[in-house]
Design a binder for this molecule. Structure first.
Ligand code: FEO
Length: 398
């Protein structure tokens, strides 16, 4: 075993034994600029240990090395798999073989099917519902469908009052700190919001119901331990719970616009600057994001707090600019509750870029304005129209 990895005790009977992926920069289309962690937890029972989740394939050695600093791996008698996505289950076959191939694996009923579909006979999981007693320890399992997949569940350790939530309340943030209160607050706020925006926005209506039903679960966690990034304790627990309630509520105040654009010969960029200036004159905050240098996940992060999306595209080959099409495809899937959409751009002989962008944007928005099109290079009169366009967008939001 690699002696450089240590387990970290987080409660009397629970140890963090996960892996840190410092190099991760893409997570299915989401730019993870600060890397990530794949958290796994070892819980001490009467005669052995229970492992909660595993790690992404390729990180098994790190997980097994951390386990070995607590107990011989064959003392791990059971595994609870809260989620079948491969960043948590990819290492499961190898870890299972390393501890004891016949150790039981528990998952939600949907998780049993998902693990079978991923690993066949290598992982034959048993369904967990309600209360699970393992090695003298009592766990409550709570199905949390679509947080993040249909198989997702939480596991609550009654004795140490630890709630293991898998993807929920996590963030892509590599680091040695195991508690959110040990990391600068601005990083925690930004990365947890970025994670919600890019991973969970599509399921916001389901998450809102889960948040509303949370008090009735009767849980009283001393810590919430997700599978990505640091854990929550103290005031952090109430804070992240209330943030999830807010982010999943489409009615919350979101008085901000996001303006994204790309440009061929700087004409659409010139329009973007004039529109942004018109918005600024009204006092409405507006994030201006040139897509030549902005990842799609940054746009999603900005949109979490906004109610207007303004899209600038030149016409290229009778359609949208490729970067604009890419971002609109990504945002369409996430289903942000956008109140107002607007489109602008420069064209040569036919404004087909803005036409295509409006067609893509309109299904995402309650209202979509007619495009503002200018031919070739904006004139002073054209830029005055851009400014007015920005002002009219802002006034609708304000
Ligand atoms: Fe972190 Fe849905 O996996």
């Amino acid at each position: 075993m690699n002696g450089s990895f240590q387990a970290i005790q987080i409660s009397p009977s629970v140890y963090w034994v996960g892996a840190i992926d410092w190099a991760l920069r893409q997570f299915h289309g989401y730019e993870t600029r600060r890397g990530s962690t794949y958290n796994a937890y070892l819980v001490k029972g009467d005669d052995g240990y229970i492992l909660i989740d595993t790690v992404k394939k390729g990180f098994e050695d790190e997980l097994l090395a951390r386990i070995a600093t607590v107990c011989p791996p064959d003392q791990v008698r059971a595994i609870i798999s809260n989620h079948a996505e491969m960043d948590h289950s990819g290492g499961l076959p190898r870890v299972l073989a390393a501890i004891a191939p016949d150790a039981p694996v528990y998952a939600s009923p949907m998780g049993v099917k998902a693990l079978a579909a991923h690993f066949g006979d290598a992982v034959r999981a048993l369904p967990a519902k309600g209360t699970l007693t393992l090695l003298g320890r009592t766990f409550r399992v709570v199905e949390t469908r679509m947080m993040h997949w249909p198989d997702s569940m939480w596991t609550y350790d009654e004795a140490d009052r630890i709630l293991f939530t898998n993807d929920a309340f996590g963030m892509h943030l590599a680091g040695q700190a195991r508690w959110a209160d040990e990391v600068p607050a601005d990083i925690i706020e930004d990365e947890s919001a970025r994670y919600f925006a890019n991973i969970l926005t599509i399921y916001a209506p389901i998450i809102a119901k889960c948040c509303a039903g949370y008090p009735a679960l009767g849980l009283d966690p001393a810590a919430i331990c997700p599978d990505h990034g640091p854990c929550w304790r103290g005031d952090g627990i109430a804070r992240i719970l209330s943030q999830y309630a807010a982010w999943s509520n489409p009615e919350r105040s979101r008085k901000k616009a996001v303006l994204i654009y790309d440009t061929m010969w700087h004409s659409t960029e010139t329009m973007a600057r004039a529109i942004a200036d018109g918005i600024a004159g009204t006092g409405l905050p507006c994030d201006v994001l040139p897509l030549s240098g902005t990842p799609r996940s940054e746009v999603a992060r900005a949109l979490l707090d906004a109610s207007a999306l303004i899209v600038g595209t030149p016409t290229l080959n009778q359609g949208m600019y490729p970067t604009v099409a890419d971002v609109l495809c990504y945002l369409k899937g996430l289903k942000f509750p956008i109140e107002l959409g607007a489109v602008f751009g420069s064209h040569g002989w036919a404004p087909l870029g803005t036409k295509a962008a409006k067609e893509a944007l309109a299904p995402m928005c309650k209202t979509t304005l007619d495009p503002l099109d200018l031919c070739y290079v904006p004139t002073p009169e054209g830029l005055a129209r851009c400014r007015e366009y920005g002002e009219s967008i802002a006034k609708r939001i304000l």
